[in-house]
Design a protein around this ligand. Sequence first.
Ligand code: SAM
Length: 275
Amino acid sequence: MKHIARKRFGQHFLTDDAIIHAIVDAIAPLPGQAVVEIGPGLAALTQPLVERLGHLTVIEIDRDLAAQLRQHPHLSVIESDVLNVHFSQLLAAMGSAWPQGQAADATASAPAVARKLRVVGNLPYNISTPILFHLLTHVDVVADQHFMLQKEVIDRMVAAPCTSDYSRLSVMLQWRYQMHNVLFVPPASFEPPPRVDSAVVRMVPWDEPPVLKVQTLATVVQVAFSQRRKILRNTLGKWLDEHQFEGDFDLQRRAEEVPVEEYVRLAQSLASATD
Ligand code: SAM
């Protein structure tokens, strides 16, 4: 029976074979890797992925689609909202190992550590940011992530300081992941076509991330970008005064002029003050 796309689940199904294969090539899956796909839908990516992997775990919220996917012999189907999936427990349950010495070129910079997840998906755009932040809380069990998202969101994720796309999202992800925009995808590649351009991002967690309290960084960045056109003295400066910060930080700049490393150092020096 033909599936009618459900708007509330952000359903736009990939139909362009060239794009589907380009995405799978970018992921470069190898047999035996512990891969989880978020939102498999009608299996456009799922099928070529499972052909290369041998087995795949998928997370799908739509009951009808999950029922169809369960017919596939090489899929483990988790029928759930991805925001309720505990990825660390999932990896333990999968009991699968990252094959030693088989890192693909595309993931050569990923740590060659056993038992880490590769997470992929053409994400529902209405909840893509909550999904990214949910996965950030499980980053320790993740080898890499490849996601199709609204291009505009990826532009913000990978943006450099002093550009108009550099924002809260850039800082909150760049401190923890190395990220690249790997592919542009036009609306015509989907059925029904979305109203926006899409792209695919590769996210590889840094090997030795800075030690900090994510909540402190999140607060600092939120205050700083609350009025991005203003000089920080009038926004972050006031907040730092309230928290008796006496360290060195140049407040004669705008939020978009401060590199990620400086936000990180500020969060680290504030950690005890906001305990
Ligand atoms: N992967 C398919 C493709 O590329 O054609 C479908 C992609 S479609 C943009 C997003 C998929 O995510 C849909 O199958 C939708 O039902 C599913 N989805 C939406 N919200 C979800 C959620 N909270 N948790 C898990 N899956 C979700």
